[in-house]
Design a protein around this ligand. Sequence first.
Ligand SMILES: [Mg+2]
Length: 223
Amino acid sequence: MTLGIEHVTVFDLDDTLYLERDYVASGFAAAGAWLAAERGIHGLGGAAWSCFESGHRGNIFDIALGHLGMTPDPALIARLVGVYRGHVPDIALAPDAAAWLSAPPPNRALALLTDGPVASQSAKIAALGLADHGLSPLVMTGTLGEGCGKPHPRGFCVIESAYGLSPDCFTYVADNAAKDFVTPRRRGWRTVQIRREGRLHQASPIDAEHAADRVITSLGEME
Ligand SMILES: [Mg+2]
């Protein structure tokens, strides 16, 4: 047990501490700048953002290159994805997250549990200064092995072990009811869903097991 710590608030990253669409915009701008510098072709960033805004997911670079009259060959797509994931993102904590993290309740530890490509998530963690805000451990499920993304329990276990407190001392704050709450709920954690304006995942929980105990729209609503 960590002395003096009575509760651990564990945060998800994307659309929980900052708006993921800001990362997407930043990544497309970086990929567009790379293509302009590397090949002299302009407009990819804007074309990709338009695709994203009209609801495309997953194959946006293929579609955007097509709009620029280019054949989206796999090697070029791979380079663009690499630039996107490796870029230094221009993102910031949501104002309510910055306020909460700078003055958390007493006897409270903070931690992070996030899915996603390790290169991207590391760059986001650095850009948001999460280590400086005292979040520890910073668990990226991409480092835990194949298939360990949420709702796999491994990441939650890593955090429990780091503190050695009983499960009811942990709260998971996250946005995506499809995968974020079912496992911590089963383990006896408290769960809070934050539904930010502008978030990417809008779907309602498929059943009560996937729902959070509480729904908030700002971290200012957390006690
Ligand atoms: Mg999220």
